[in-house]
Design a protein around this ligand. Structure first.
Ligand code: MN
Length: 306
């Protein structure tokens, strides 16, 4: 069996990864980024920047990527593999809100912040939304909506519950929505192009691309993933603020519909609120208000019948 090893930089590793995205398997070894299985070659990429090609097609596949021997391997957390001065670039950032909340939808936002807008956004107080209280988020978001090109996608509870029942993971839902929102913003700003796209990371890149593989259009060019994206580029912070704003608004609407103020999160207080709703309106209404597969449903039903 033939072997070939390449050493590549992070951007090329991502390129290789997206090239083999349709062939990526579930099994990734320790320290690995992805494993892809072709009919005549298995490709394993490592965080160190090493890419191992094994099998009869190894030489041939490896040659596709040249012999880019590099002295500086990419390593460390994903943020360190971003291009230099990333925070100063013109970037589309994306983030989502609501994934851990029993009540309410998932809101996903992609927003474009050009480098010229960065000082203005700072002035407006755009920063990590986790450091901001709801009234401040609403105030900043209302201004942002007029300033940055963005796309907001809301996955309402009935649709969410249908997808979940059909076997789709929350990760896949999110990946599809991020891809779509980013595509929308690219269309909005065309012919202008961002220097990069930063997705606030919720899965590893290979899994993300596996999730979106069936989509009509998959955005891959200059796409980066990073955890704590809000602190890496203001576009992610802006996206996060708009997503939070939209989530709060939807919670408000839903709450008015059932005549109860709906709590956030998935803790005990949420079980209690849900139990009260069950007692007054029955269990079925939860399907329109909640992420029904959460354990909160069972707990609320038990509470309601005590
Ligand atoms: Mn996030």
């Amino acid at each position: 069996m033939a072997n070939a090893v390449l050493k590549v930089q992070a951007p090329q590793l991502r390129e290789i990864q997206s090239h083999y995205a349709p062939f990526i398997t579930d099994k990734t070894p320790p320290g690995g980024v992805f494993t892809a299985k072709l009919p005549n070659c298995t490709i394993t990429a490592y965080k160190s920047g090493k890419v191992l090609f094994q099998g009869n097609g190894a030489e041939q596949e490896a040659q596709r990527w040249g012999t880019t021997e590099s002295s500086a391997p990419a390593k460390g957390p994903s943020a360190s593999s971003l291009p230099a001065n990333f925070h100063l670039k013109s970037v589309i950032g994306s983030d989502e809100v609501g994934t851990g909340d029993f009540f309410g939808p998932i809101t996903v936002v992609a927003a474009y912040v050009s480098k010229e807008q960065i000082p203005l956004l700072k002035e407006l107080g755009v920063r990590d939304s986790k450091d901001l209280k709801d009234p401040k988020i609403i105030e900043i978001a209302r201004q942002l909506l007029h300033i940055v090109p963005y796309s907001l996608i809301i996955l309402h509870n009935p649709k969410y519950n249908d997808l979940q029942k059909s076997g789709m993971s929350q990760g896949k839902m999110k990946a599809i929505l991020h891809n779509k929102a980013i595509q929308n913003v690219l269309n909005k700003i065309a012919p202008e192009e961002p220097e990069a796209i930063l997705i606030d990371q919720f899965v590893e890149g290979p899994t993300y691309y596996k999730h979106v593989a069936q989509q009509k259009e998959v955005v891959k060019k200059n796409v980066f993933f990073s955890t704590k994206g809000e602190s890496i580029h203001l576009s992610v912070a802006a996206a996060s603020i708009i997503a939070r704003y939209a989530f709060l608004r939807e919670m408000d609407k839903l709450g008015k519909k059932v005549g109860v103020e709906l709590p956030k999160g998935a803790g005990k207080h949420v079980d209690i609120a849900a139990a009260k709703i069950i007692q007054s309106q029955g269990t079925d209404v939860l399907k329109d208000l909640t992420k029904h597969h959460f354990a909160n449903t069972e707990k609320a039903i038990r509470l309601a019948h005590k």
